[in-house]
Design a protein around this ligand. Structure first.
Ligand code: GDP
Ligand code: IMO
Ligand code: MG
Length: 430
């Protein structure tokens, strides 16, 4: 295959960073297509841990070309900090291994301020955003008032668009939020001109580069951020992010046609987690939930918030399989279940006394959903270090086979630890 879209099937943090890094051994290009630095993708190689928010996780593999597509919203200051962070770890990010789309929108200082103020205003109805300015930046993109990297190439038009934005946002800050401290046009202008000096060499037409690469049969991996249930259209609205993490957006967010996608790989935890607010039918509030949280080290990579934990939800996963047109699955964190005597899979919900296997993304119905479980015996032995499917304990094989059968999607990879080599490959994707 020459192109694989890798997506989060659940509520994010499924291990997309680790699997992207694993596949980067073969992939020649790794491309982010949506989201921004709300993402936190962890890659562990040997004893070194990398936490990436914006730069594709393929950057750690020498020789991989990384791209940030037009669908991503980029905080230029964070991007420069991430380059510095990688440099300290011996990875040099240069225009040879990273390209930034001309058409990607920039997260401006006022987007971050507004993200915080909007959350505060929502009070108990807060979304639990990462406060990185993601939502307000996408709002401006859709309102056609945003600033893109191509605008850094023309100081006159950059100043003009910025002036309009600063005036409009100051009005909101003053009149709606009673803020005393307002935006300083010159300070923002100077800050962004300085970013431009550093970033202009990275700016390019990512769409052309990728289309050429795909024409030459090069291997391209599209690295999704967030997850299907956080999708603005298909997720648990309004407790979602402001982009489309689902596979259909990979072509839009990079400028390649949908006919160029060969494979959609859904990254899926062997259980389920969620950070932030919103319904979660299989959430566990008992000792098992605490065990998953502790053994799985379930703390948010970006905000450090604890992740809520629960059982694998087959209803949600069937929905995610459809929405993404998933062709293959990766099950991560199987090792986190090693100690459990029994493991549950949710196969249906009961809503208002009626059994259903259809996932209702609307809040009212979803918050009433009571999971109906199937119980499987655990394996209670370590899966660490296992390299082949056959070496896995029998009950672990049965658990994986049951998931595969329930979703009618083939498992291509299983992860049994956070490190690069802690993976079992069942099918080669590239
Ligand atoms: P992402 O946002 O989807 O890239 O996932 P995160 O990096 O935010 O969270 C996944 C966490 O699980 C990270 O700390 C990974 O190092 C870790 N991880 C990934 N795969 C495995 C696995 O198979 N087993 C264990 N124990 N940890 C894993
Ligand atoms: P990765 O790529 C998990 C969640 C936030 C919040 C909601 C909206 O690491 O899987 P936002 O800041 O995007 O407006 O917040 O989305 N969220 C994530 N949860 N993993 C992520 O990314 C997330 N990115 C955003 O917690 O509930
Ligand atoms: Mg994450």
């Amino acid at each position: 295959m020459s192109s694989v879209v890798l997506i989060g099937s659940q509520w994010g943090d499924e291990g997309k960073g680790k699997i992207t890094d694993y596949l980067a051994e073969e992939a020649e290009y790794v491309v982010r297509y949506q989201g921004g630095n709300n993402a936190g993708h962890t890659v562990i190689v040997g004893e070194e841990e990398y936490k990436l928010h914006l730069i594709p996780s393929g950057i750690i593999y020498p020789g991989t070309k990384c791209m940030i597509g037009n669908g991503v919203v980029v905080d230029p200051g964070v991007l420069l900090e991430e380059m510095e962070y990688l440099k300290e770890k011996g990875i040099h990010v240069t225009p040879d291994n990273l390209k930034l789309s001309l058409h990607a929108h920039m997260i401006m200082p006022y987007h971050k301020i507004l993200d915080g103020l909007e959350e505060e205003k929502r009070g108990a109805a807060k979304i639990g955003t990462t406060k990185r300015g993601i939502g307000p930046c996408y709002v401006d993109k859709i309102a056609r008032t945003g600033l893109r990297f191509c605008d850094l190439q023309n100081k006159v038009s950059f100043r003009k668009i910025l002036t309009q934005n600063v005036q409009a946002k100051n009005e909101i800050l003053e009149k709606l939020y009673n803020q005393k401290e307002l935006l300083d046009l010159e300070a923002i202008y100077n800050e962004f001109m300085a970013y431009g000096e550093h970033l202009l060499p990275f700016i390019d037409d990512v769409s052309y580069i990728l289309n050429d690469a795909l024409r030459d049969n090069k291997k391209v991996l599209f690295e999704g951020a967030q997850g299907t249930l956080l999708d603005i259209d298909h997720g648990t609205y309004p407790f979602v992010t402001s982009s489309n993490p689902t596979a259909g957006y990979a072509p839009v967010g990079t400028g390649v046609g949908p006919t160029k996608i060969n494979c959609v790989l859904g990254i899926t935890k062997a259980y389920l987690t969620r950070v932030g607010e919103g319904p979660f039918p299989t959430e566990l509030f008992d000792a098992t939930g605490k065990l998953l949280s502790a053994v799985g080290n379930e703390v948010g990579t970006t905000t450090g918030r604890p992740r809520r934990c629960g059982w694998f939800d087959g209803v949600l996963m069937n929905y995610a399989t459809n929405i993404n047109g998933m062709t293959h699955l990766t099950i991560t964190k199987l090792d986190v279940l090693d100690q459990l005597p029994t493991i549950k899979i949710c196969t249906a919900y009961e809503i208002d006394g009626v059994k259903t296997t259809t996932f209702p993304p609307d809040l009212e119905r979803l918050s009433k959903a009571k999971p109906i479980y199937e119980e499987l015996p655990g394996w209670q032995t370590s899966t660490k270090g296992i390299k082949t499917f056959n070496e896995l304990p029998e009950n672990a094989k049965k658990y994986l086979k049951r998931i595969e059968e329930f979703l009618s999607v083939k498992i291509a990879l299983v992860a049994v630890g956070p490190k690069r080599d802690e993976a079992i490959e069942l099918e080669k994707l590239f």
